[in-house]
Design a protein around this ligand. Structure first.
Ligand SMILES: [Fe+2]
Ligand SMILES: [Fe+2]
Length: 166
């Protein structure tokens, strides 16, 4: 199996985006279904941002200094998503703002994924060789094993601290 870093991240993106679609298709009154989908979205985002924040972004920043601004912007976009996620976790699916908040989360993450895939992942592919991308991917798979699955896990909270202290 390929462990190409960009292939792995794009696979994550596909799963995230299809869960977004399922949420959008769920009926207005489908509170149970929507609650379940948001729980899944939160878990997928928590794992995905963890492996990007802890492995992909720092390595790319180090190896391809030209992409520094893109990486810094990406950290901030993850942080905005985290803020919304933190609020959603505490919210009941039938709450007045639940769907609106999820919709804003979806819009933000879609934009972020688009920027990654269109604007700077291609430059990462160009800048790093096949071998480096394989190694980076293997590192990410290892990180995935120990990744937090809920935003309240200590290893997930670390990025909130990074967002304001670094
Ligand atoms: Fe990202
Ligand atoms: Fe991503």
């Amino acid at each position: 199996m390929s462990t190409d870093a960009i292939v792995l991240l794009k696979n994550d993106h596909k799963e995230i985006l299809s869960t977004f679609k399922a949420f959008e298709k769920a009926g207005d009154a489908a509170h149970v279904e929507k609650g379940r989908l948001v729980t899944k979205i939160i878990e997928l985002l928590t794992v995905h941002t963890y492996i990007e924040n802890e492995v992909m972004y720092p390595r790319v920043r180090e190896l391809l200094p030209d992409l520094e601004d893109d990486i810094l912007e990406s950290y901030e976009e993850h942080h905005v998503a985290d803020v919304l996620v933190t609020e959603l976790v505490a919210m009941k699916p039938d709450a007045e703002r639940f769907t609106a908040k999820t919709t804003v989360l979806i819009e933000n993450v879609r934009h972020h994924i688009e920027e990654e895939e269109q604007e700077w992942f291609p430059q990462v592919r160009e800048g790093l060789g096949r071998k480096q991308l394989q190694e980076l991917g293997a590192e990410m798979l290892a990180a995935k094993e120990k990744a937090p699955r809920t935003p309240a896990a200590p290893s997930a909270l670390k990025k909130t601290i990074d967002a304001v202290v670094r």
